[in-house]
Design a binder for this molecule. Structure first.
Ligand code: NDP
Ligand code: GDR
Length: 355
């Protein structure tokens, strides 16, 4: 029988990949989008269907995680079999500037969804996925993190997600909800938001290569992350909700790389080698061939409390979900740089026409 899914955060990176995956599996997909003064549906525009057409399989609804009545109404209307809560103020550094809003959307927003299911008495038939994060671990030791590793949130974002994690566990235990957490390590793609470090780097490399930018300004180059491809991770989300029993799972590649390595590899894709000079805030990266400075450190991108080391152990997901990531680190970086070269060249074309 056809299943119906509701994706909160459908306009984000993961929302776009998950929509594609569920549509390919024959789902009816509903998504919650925020009202915005500018277009915010670029990642899912290719999936848009005329709501009045016959056999519509993808529909968007206005809504917001900070608005409980709206969430209740949309859920009542849609009667989903599965809810994927991917909605969040998801930028760690921004959460230090907007801690209250981050708590409202990321922590209380999750509670509002769970409560809506309870009020509407849908808890026994609608499965719930919560987008939990490796940020919960805080990266305090240099060992791989798994489902049993103690949490130590190091930002308002991580603290808000910690509340959401435990509320998901609590509704499972208290009311028998099929509610699960995916504790996902960083996952990236050409659709990644431009202010996260990977996309900022690949866009910067493309702009420098096309002569539109001279230097890329970054923060901590020594942070290490376990970076995978978003397409692989949304498949893991779906697998989590297909299990008979709800549970919590780490999804990761099991490999960590530093921001510095990401930068070096991204420039390597366009045939440039970087030579580093100096340390910390004075550090500069030069193009080895031309001698031009192309990387500078800007302390504005340092965080009040940093997460230095994230490396996931996905053994449980491998064993129980038969899930594995399929995109090697090098392929991920290459795909992102090549995609951004195309994006930058398209933008150049538009500017030429306008000029
Ligand atoms: P994005 O930032 O790309 O997308 C977040 C989505 O949430 C967007 O659709 C955004 O809408 C929406 N949103 C933000 N605030 C609200 C709100 N108040 N009400 C309703 N919707 C809101 O994140 P990703 O796709 O990368 O991540 C998806 C989820 O997974 C997030 O919850 C994130 O915290 C979590 N996560 C992500 C990881 C990653 O590496 N990508 C790793 C672990 C967890 P709009 O487009 O209008 O801004
Ligand atoms: P993160 O991702 O904080 O891990 O959260 P981000 O790409 O923002 O930072 C990764 C690491 O890179 C360092 N860094 C910089 N970061 C940004 N954004 N900009 C810079 O210029 C820069 N220079 C160095 C950061 O200090 C950090 O150590 C992401 C989000 O998707 C969360 O929603 C998700 O929960 C986690 O991944 C897992």
């Amino acid at each position: 029988m056809e299943k119906t899914a509701l994706i909160i955060g459908v306009t984000g990176q993961d929302g776009a990949y998950l929509s594609e995956l569920l549509l390919a599996k024959g789902y009816m997909v509903h998504g919650l989008k925020r009202r915005s003064s500018s277009f915010n549906t670029g990642r899912v525009d290719h999936l848009y269907q005329d709501p009045l057409a016959d056999d519509v399989r993808f529909r968007l609804h206005f809504g917001d995680l900070t608005d409980a009545t709206n969430l209740c109404r949309v859920i009542q209307e849609v009667q989903p079999d599965e809810i994927y809560n991917l909605g969040a103020q998801s930028h760690v550094q921004v959460s230090f500037e907007t801690p209250e809003y981050t708590a409202n959307s990321d922590a209380l927003g999750t509670l509002r969804l769970l409560e809506a299911l309870r009020i509407l008495k849908l808890g026994d038939r609608c499965r719930f996925y919560q987008a939990s994060t490796s940020e919960l671990f805080g990266g305090m030791g240099a060992v791989a993190q798994h489902e049993g590793t103690p949490f130590y949130p190091r930002s308002p974002y991580a603290a808000a997600k910690l509340y959401a994690y435990w509320m998901t566990v609590n509704y499972r235990e208290a009311y028998g909800f099929h509610a699960s957490n995916g504790i996902l390590f960083n996952h990236e793609s050409p659709l990644r938001g431009e202010t996260f470090v990977t996309r900022k780097i690949t866009r910067g490399v493309a702009a420098i290569e096309r002569g539109l930018m001279r230097k890329l300004h970054l923060g901590n180059l020594d942070a290490r992350r376990d970076w995978g491809h978003a397409r692989d991770y949304v498949d893991g989300m779906w697998r989590i909700l297909q299990q008979d029993m709800p549970d919590d799972y780490v999804l990761a590649t099991g490999e960590a790389h530093s921001v510095r390595e990401f930068v070096e590899l991204a420039f390597c894709v366009v045939g440039r080698t970087i030579e580093w000079d100096g340390r910390d805030a004075d550090e500069i990266g030069f193009d080895a061939r031309t001698g031009d400075p192309i990387i500078a450190i800007d302390p504005r991108y340092f965080r009040p409390t940093e997460v230095n080391f994230l490396l996931g152990d996905p053994a449980k997901a491998r064993r129980k979900l038969n899930w594995r990531h399929s995109t090697p680190f090098k392929d991920l970086v290459t795909e992102m740089v090549e995609s951004d070269l195309r994006v930058v060249m398209r933008e150049e074309g538009r500017n030429d026409l306008a000029g």
